[in-house]
Design a protein. Structure first.
Length: 498
C-alpha cells in the first residue's frame, strides 16, 4: 500500500470519532481537539496531558483492515506546559569532493583526518593537514629559510651561506659574487682561497694584496697593524708611514735605526754600516762602525795624523813614506811574501827618485835594489810582491821575484827605503837582529835601526802564518821596539790589525 493510501485510511478512521457528539471523553485525556501534523520527516502533536505519548501508533489499512507500521519513527517529548515536539534529523554527509569546507576539513575538501593534505597557501592546523607536511602560522607552505637548517634555500648560494642574509661561504663553496665569499673572491662560481695577487684585501692582509704574515709589506699610507706590515717598518695609526730619520725604525736607506745612508746622520760606534761615510768615525769595518781608534788606518777622532797624535794616540813620528808591513817568511815555500809601503802624509809623494834596498846582515851588504815610479796618494798603499800575488785596488803594486826577500834566521836582514835625489834613508827596518852599519850606493853608510832594536821574539816565524806590522797602523815614532809587532793577520794593502 502506498504512503498516500495509508494516510487517507487513517483520516477515515478518525472521522467518526470527530463527529460523535455523544462519545465520552477518554479517561485521563483532555477534551480539546488533537492536531496532528504529518510530514515526510517530522510530526508534532500537542496534548494537555503531562504524560509522554507516542504518536507513531500502528495504522489500519482502510481496505484490508490490517495493521501497518508508520514509515518513520517519531518521538514526542512532553514539557511541563503540555507542549510536545517530535522531530527527525537527517545530517549532511561529509564529502572531500563537494566544493565546501565542512566536517573536519581545515580548508575546502582538504585537511583533517579524512581528506587529502592541502596545498601550499591553504589553511591548516597541523603539519599533517598539508601535502608538504609543513604548517607554518596556520598556512601550508615550506618553513622560512634559515642559515642553520643544513639546506640550501632562500637566497643562499650554498648550504647555509652566501646571499644577503647568511654568513659568507668558505673556500670551494658556490657563490654568485665576491660578497658571497669570506675571501671576497668568487672565481667561476666558486669561492677562491685568499691570494697575494687577487686584487682583494682578504686573508690576513692589512691592505689589498700586502701586509700580514703571507704577503709583501705594504707601501706608504696603506693599512697596517704592526710595523712588519710596512716597507717603511713604521705603522702609525693603522697606516704605513714614510721613512724618517727620527721614527725609531731602520727604514729607507738607513744602515741602522735613524742613522747612516744618504739622508740621515752617520751612525755611532757599534752600529751597522755599509761604507765609512755611514759612521761618525768614518770607519766601517765588517759592516760595523768601529769608531776612531789608534790602529784603524784612518785619521779620525782627535788624531793629528793617521792613528797618531791628539789626546788618545801616541805622538806622531815621521810623516811620509814608511815601511808599514813585511811578510818575509811563510811555512813552506815563500810564495806569499810581500813588502807594504804607506804614504802617511796628507799629500801625494813622487816615487820617481825612490827605491827599496834589501840588505844581507850576514855581511852588511845590499843584495837587491827595486826602483819605484809614479805617485803614491795620501793614505795609499804600495805592495811589492811576486806576479801572482793579488793586490786589491786602490793600492799600487810593484812586481818582484818570488822568494827574493831573505828570511833572517841566524843573521839579521833588513829593508831600507831611500830617496836617491835627496841622498837619504826615508825609512828602515832590521829584523831577526840589528843592522847598524851598511853602505848603500849613492847614500853612504847608514843604520837600519830606529831607536831601540826589535826584541828577539818579534820575528816573522815560519812555523805559522803572520807578518811584522806597524801597530798602530802607519805609526813611525822612530823607535822600532815600540812601533813594530808580530801579527797573525797579514793585511796587504789594508790597515794593520793586531
Amino acid at each position: 500500500m502506498s504512503t498516500g493510501t495509508r494516510r487517507l485510511a487513517a483520516l477515515f478512521l478518525l472521522f467518526p470519532a470527530c463527529n460523535n457528539d455523544t462519545q465520552e471523553p477518554t479517561e485521563g485525556l483532555s477534551t480539546a481537539p488533537m492536531i496532528t501534523s504529518v510530514g515526510e520527516s517530522q510530526t508534532t502533536t500537542q496534548a494537555t496531558s503531562g504524560e509522554p505519548t507516542t504518536a507513531a501508533e500502528p495504522t489500519t489499512d482502510a481496505t484490508t483492515g490490517t495493521s501497518t507500521e508508520a514509515p518513520e519513527e517519531t518521538t514526542t517529548t512532553t514539557t511541563t506546559d503540555a507542549s510536545t515536539t517530535t522531530g527527525t534529523s537527517r545530517g549532511a554527509v561529509e564529502s572531500c569532493e563537494d566544493g565546501e569546507q565542512n566536517g573536519s576539513e581545515t580548508d575546502v575538501d582538504c585537511g583533517g583526518p579524512a581528506c587529502p593534505g592541502c596545498g601550499d597557501g591553504s589553511a591548516c592546523v597541523a603539519d599533517t593537514d598539508c601535502a608538504g607536511m609543513s604548517c607554518v602560522d596556520a598556512v601550508c607552505g615550506p618553513p622560512p629559510a634559515t642559515c642553520d637548517d643544513a639546506v640550501r634555500n632562500g637566497n643562499e648560494t650554498d648550504v647555509d651561506c652566501g646571499g644577503a642574509d647568511c654568513p659568507a661561504c668558505g673556500e670551494s663553496q658556490a657563490c654568485a659574487e665576491a660578497v658571497d665569499c669570506a675571501s671576497q673572491s668568487c672565481v667561476a662560481g666558486s669561492c677562491a682561497a685568499p691570494a697575494c695577487d687577487d686584487d682583494v684585501e682578504n686573508g690576513e692582509e692589512t691592505a689589498v694584496d700586502c701586509g700580514g704574515p703571507e704577503c709583501e709589506p705594504c707601501g706608504d699610507a696603506l693599512g697596517c697593524e704592526v710595523a712588519t706590515d710596512c716597507k717603511s717598518g713604521v705603522c702609525d695609526g693603522g697606516l704605513c708611514a714614510i721613512p724618517l730619520c727620527n721614527d725609531g725604525a731602520n727604514n729607507g736607506d738607513e744602515t741602522d735605526v735613524d742613522c747612516g745612508g744618504e739622508h740621515c746622520e752617520p751612525c755611532d760606534d757599534g752600529l751597522a754600516c755599509e761604507v765609512d761615510g755611514d759612521c761618525v768615525g768614518d770607519d766601517c769595518t765588517g759592516g760595523i762602525c768601529v769608531g776612531a781608534s789608534c790602529d784603524d788606518g784612518v785619521k779620525n777622532g782627535g788624531e793629528t795624523g793617521v792613528d797618531c797624535g791628539g789626546p788618545d794616540c801616541a805622538p806622531c813620528g815621521t810623516v811620509g813614506l814608511v815601511i808599514n808591513e813585511v811578510d818575509y817568511d811563510q811555512p813552506g815555500n815563500d810564495t806569499a811574501e810581500f813588502i807594504e809601503l804607506l804614504n802617511t802624509s796628507g799629500a801625494p809623494i813622487d816615487l820617481s827618485d825612490h827605491a827599496v834596498v834589501l840588505v844581507n846582515g850576514a855581511n852588511n851588504s845590499t843584495y837587491a835594489t827595486i826602483n819605484l815610479a809614479g805617485n803614491l796618494a795620501a793614505g795609499q798603499y804600495l805592495v811589492l810582491a811576486h806576479a801572482n800575488f793579488v793586490v786589491p785596488a786602490p793600492a799600487l803594486k810593484v812586481t818582484i821575484t818570488s822568494g827574493i826577500v831573505q828570511n833572517g834566521g841566524n843573521s839579521p836582514d833588513g829593508i831600507a827605503v831611500v830617496d836617491k835625489g835627496a841622498k837619504k834613508v826615508v825609512d828602515a827596518l832590521a829584523y831577526d837582529g840589528p843592522i847598524t852599519a851598511v853602505n848603500i850606493a849613492g847614500i853612504g853608510t847608514v843604520s837600519l835601526v830606529e831607536g831601540t832594536p826589535l826584541p828577539g821574539s818579534v820575528i816573522d816565524d815560519a812555523a805559522s802564518a803572520g807578518s811584522l806590522a806597524r801597530l798602530p797602523n802607519g805609526q813611525d815614532s822612530n823607535n822600532a821596539a815600540s812601533d813594530w809587532k808580530f801579527t797573525k793577520k797579514p793585511t796587504p794593502a789594508a790597515a794593520n790589525v793586531p
